[in-house]
Design a protein around this ligand. Structure first.
Ligand SMILES: *Cc1c(COP(=O)(O)O)cnc(C)c1O
Length: 228
């Protein structure tokens, strides 16, 4: 199948999953995960209708942006971000999905301030409590939001999580529910911010994520094929 057909197929599945649970398909944003995918393939995806790219490595994204930066697409960062890359991240990305420490938030705020930008971010939560994984502890997420609210150049929009990998998408469901519940609690605790966004669901489980409230699904393999 060519890329355009695969993209159509993914969009179709997104719509069907949304309609199945009485959601508006337009409320679900497709982030085409283009990490490790060469610029010419990414260009093909843009020309086929992709409007949001998800990148995991700052340097790789910068290289691609040099080639593809004139296309009217939104660039999102979904990988682990080191504070020393914050300067480049705020210049490139409309939304950073993976803020998980106060140190990183502070540096992003400083760098966004320098270029007079309000940087949109999501808090990444280690919802499965895996020791090896990035993401704020569940208990610490509220603290992080409390501190980030005070940063004038950051705007927190919601939460992101990556559940463990399962062959059966139903096994991801409890983690998606947990992230949504944490968002709802956080929204109640911080009425001054609008935490509408839930970034959850990948190739293997995005339909379940949509049923549980995802507003961003991050999909690579189903669009670009297996990564090398
Ligand atoms: C690679 C990656 C994805 C996409 O995974 P697929 O299974 O290829 O859809 C989504 N989110 C994050 C954070 C990733 O690193």
């Amino acid at each position: 199948m060519d890329l355009k057909k695969r993209l159509e197929n993914v969009k179709d599945r997104i719509s069907k999953a949304a309609l199945k649970c009485s959601r508006n398909p337009e409320d679900i944003n497709l982030v085409a995960v283009s990490k490790t995918i060469p610029a010419d393939r990414v260009r093909e995806a843009i020309e086929a209708g992709v409007t949001i790219l998800g990148e995991s490595y700052v340097q790789e994204a910068r290289n691609k942006f040099n080639v593809l930066g004139t296309y009217p697409v939104s660039w999102h960062f979904i990988g682990h971000l080191q504070s020393n890359k914050a300067k480049y991240a705020v210049r490139l990305f409309d939304l950073i999905h993976s803020v998980d420490t106060i140190k990183l938030a502070r540096e992003l705020n400083n760098q966004a301030n320098k270029i007079n930008k309000i940087q949109d971010i999501l808090i990444q939560v280690n919802i499965s409590k895996e020791p090896s994984k990035s993401g704020s502890d569940i208990q610490n997420a509220a603290n992080l939001i409390k501190d980030i609210v005070l940063f004038e150049n950051l705007s927190v929009k919601g939460l992101m999580a990556i559940p463990p990998f399962f062959n059966n998408p139903e096994k991801s469901r409890p983690y998606f529910i947990a992230l949504r519940n944490l968002r709802d609690q956080s929204q109640t605790a911080f009425p001054g911010v609008v935490l509408n966004e839930l970034s959850m669901g990948m190739t293997g489980d995005f339909e379940v994520a949509i049923e549980e409230g995802a507003t961003f699904v991050r999909i690579g393999t189903a669009i670009f094929g297996e990564r090398r």
